[in-house]
Design a protein around this ligand. Structure first.
Ligand code: GYE
Length: 326
């Protein structure tokens, strides 16, 4: 081979290598791109509690970490706002929709629209009632019935002597699955223990302010309260304020069972102002992103995934509970 032919051979070889390599890297980029380009439309219900704020943050941080483009809509406690958000995600043709249904009923029409548009839907935190379970791909979140059962189990341990026990229940948002589930699980366990009676039950809408107002009313209207079963810590903090204003010692004069395990509730438990805290885990962001990726790839996900939850009570060693972060 003369020098000229040798050079042109090397030149062609280089070109081939470059194009092969760049082809490769383009292919890599494409794969990475398609991983990166997932768009997730997420409808959150609002910011009613510290629990909820942590839940939103977990979702936003996890999306950023896994390079999922998140369209995050805050419905400010209105189902109609959620439906509008879901509809806009459909118009936008996102890859996956996820949402926290504020109440359990009333989703079938919008879910049909999502199905017709070929967009898979993940339900998280709160469950829905539907005529057609195939309208969504799966659920990830809390086991509310179990949380209610845990609350009742604690009371059975706390009041072992069979004397009558009068319970006031301050429940969460009416028609929401955690309020329905916590109430049902609680009653299911107490059904075998007739000494316990729920003498009053009303909704505080998962809000600290409503918990406070409701407790002021309850303390005027209901006599001889032994126990408060509060569906979330936000309301519990309001309940404690109302009790203290009346000179009632929370956790001593009235036993308090609460759900969520915010730092403030754990601190109250340590001070003896609350007797039992049932954890509800808000940090579902990473699991939601993983499920969204699977759905975007067209893979099936499990229909029901409950998150791990613990119970903390006055019977436990409370010295080594790690900071809660919410
Ligand atoms: O317990 C409460 C809230 O849906 C499980 O919503 C959630 C509940 C949580 O704001 O604090």
């Amino acid at each position: 081979m003369n020098i000229k032919r040798k050079l042109s051979f090397i030149f062609v070889l280089c070109l081939t290598l470059i194009s092969l390599l760049s082809g490769c890297s383009r292919e890599n980029e494409n794969t990475r791109d398609s991983e990166e380009k997932i768009i997730l439309g997420f409808s959150q219900i609002g910011a009613e509690s510290a629990w909820r704020k942590c839940n939103s943050l977990s979702i936003q941080e996890a999306a950023q970490e896994s390079s999922i483009q998140l369209l995050f809509a805050n419905a400010e406690q209105k189902q109609e706002n959620q439906i509008k958000a879901l509809r806009s995600f459909i118009v936008y043709q996102v890859d996956v929709i996820a949402f926290v249904p504020i109440v359990a009923d009333g989703w079938d029409n919008i879910l049909r629209e999502a199905r017709d548009a070929g967009i898979p839907v993940l339900i998280t935190d709160r469950k829905i009632n539907t005529a057609d379970e195939n309208l969504y791909a799966g659920f990830i979140g809390t086991d509310s019935e179990q949380e209610g059962r845990e609350g009742a189990e604690f009371l059975i341990k706390k009041f072992p002597d069979g004397e009558p026990v009068r319970i006031v229940e301050i429940s969460g948002t009416e028609g929401s699955s955690p309020a329905v589930g916590r109430a049902a699980g609680f009653r299911e366990v107490l059904a075998d223990h007739p000494e316990f009676s729920i003498v009053y039950s009303a909704s505080g809408d998962f809000l600290r302010s409503k918990g406070y107002e409701l407790m002021k009313k309850v303390l005027k209207e209901v006599e001889d309260i032994d126990v408060i079963f509060s569906h979330n810590d936000g309301m519990t903090l309001g309940i404690i304020d109302a009790m203290k204003e009346q000179g009632i010692r929370p956790g001593k004069d009235i036993v308090i069972v609460t759900v969520d395990a915010e730092q403030a509730a754990i601190d109250a438990l340590k001070r003896g102002e609350v007797n039992c805290v049932i954890e509800c885990n808000p940090k579902t962001g990473p699991a939601i992103m993983e499920l969204a990726r699977k759905l975007a790839r067209g893979e099936a996900i499990s229909r029901l995934q409950h998150v791990d939850e613990e119970v903390f009570s006055e019977y436990d060693d409370l010295s080594d509970i790690p900071p809660r972060g919410y």
